[in-house]
Design a protein around this ligand. Structure first.
Ligand code: SF4
Length: 355
């Protein structure tokens, strides 16, 4: 039965595999990049980013030598910016320690920033044929249905890796992992799996017992917090003041309009004046409400009130940011900004300077 599962899966993959720009390539850099971009992101979203990236940075050396702003600008809109920063650092390490070649060594690749067990196994199996199962949410779902695994899905990674290690073929490990990825995307989907045409239905316990809807067992979802934020578009002689987030943490390294979270009982306008003073040492005065922006991130949401502000005094300093600049509004598209700030651009610059 185990051998049949593997051979049915590979036969299906040979005739149905999804055509993707990084497939059918032995280029380990392309494989590595695609796996990093695919972390937490849908394939269809990744494809144009991948293609633009390869045009902009044809080699690992090009990535390693690029300034972080260029890296983040290429990544802008793809989200989870720590992936871009980590990929940048990884390429620098690969150039310094491995002569610009992705190391054919699981320990070496696992030591690169941002590379977890899934990405390491995916790159090693696809680029170098190591027989390592790559276990992501799709694979957890498929195997939990095949075997009726009743533990919460977040606790199953080790068990699933061990079950797949017994059947992953040594000569086609990369194809096996990619076949599982495709099967999870198009056949064994979260809702309404297409069991009738699934190449694994003969081995699937959930299908046999009509229990596909009951697996995998979900983890209890914590409630998503909502944060109230206020930001200022600060004007001085036709220029606007922007600041750069520190590299560590959420949206690290991106540029933004200065501001922050409201304290309990604080108004948005008072919050902006306080935050700008704390972050940059600059005194401003709010002049006009621009827009309220709502934006949802994976683990929390924000409600952001934006105001035009007049610069009053103080030379900007990096108290709680990593950089700052006065720029002309038309130059804003040259720099990487978070999506929530992008939503504000058309409203903030709909008319000329107000102050
Ligand atoms: S038979 Fe259905 S539930 Fe089982 S692996 Fe295939 S699609 Fe998933």
């Amino acid at each position: 039965m185990k051998r049949q599962l593997s051979s049915n899966l590979l036969k299906w993959y040979d005739s149905e595999k999804i055509s993707l720009p990084w497939r059918n390539s032995a280029n380990a850099y392309h494989i590595f990049l695609s796996e990093v971009m695919l972390q937490q992101t849908q394939v269809n979203t990744v494809i144009p980013y991948f293609q633009r990236w390869i045009q902009a940075f044809p080699t690992i050396k090009d990535v390693a030598q690029a300034p972080l702003d260029h890296i983040l600008k290429q990544w802008e809109g793809l989200g989870y910016y720590s992936r871009a920063r980590n990929f940048h650092k990884s390429c620098q390490i690969i150039c310094e320690k491995f002569s610009g070649e992705i190391p054919n060594n699981i320990e070496a690749i696992s030591s690169l920033p941002g590379i977890g067990p899934y990405s390491a196994a995916a790159v090693m199996s696809i680029a170098f044929h190591h027989p390592l199962p790559a276990v992501d949410a799709n694979v957890l779902r498929i195997v939990s249905r095949l075997h009726l695994l009743s533990a919460p899905v977040s606790t199953l990674t080790g068990k699933v890796a061990s079950l797949l290690s017994e059947i992953i073929p040594k000569n086609r490990a990369g194809d096996f992992n990619q076949a599982m990825m495709d099967l999870g995307r198009v056949i064994c989907t979260n809702r309404n799996p297409k069991c009738d045409i699934c190449p694994l239905n003969i081995c699937c316990k959930a299908y046999a017992k009509n229990l596909t809807h009951a697996f995998p067992k979900k983890n209890a979802k914590p409630l998503k917090p909502v944060y109230k934020i206020a930001v200022g578009v600060i004007w001085r002689d036709g220029d606007i003041l922007i600041s750069r987030r520190k590299e560590e943490g959420l949206l690290g390294g991106l540029w933004e309009f200065p501001g922050g979270k409201l304290l309990p009982g604080e108004t948005a306008e008072n919050c902006i004046v306080r935050e700008v003073q704390e972050e940059l040492g600059v005194v401003v005065q709010t002049t006009e409400f621009i827009k309220q922006i709502k934006h949802s991130y994976t683990h929390f949401s924000i409600i952001m009130d934006a105001y035009h502000c007049k610069y009053i005094s103080g030379e900007p300093r990096c108290y709680q940011c990593s950089d700052w600049r006065w720029i002309e509004p038309e130059d804003i598209s040259m720099l990487p900004f978070p999506k929530a700030n992008h939503k504000l651009f058309q409203h903030a610059f709909a008319k000329e300077e107000l102050c």
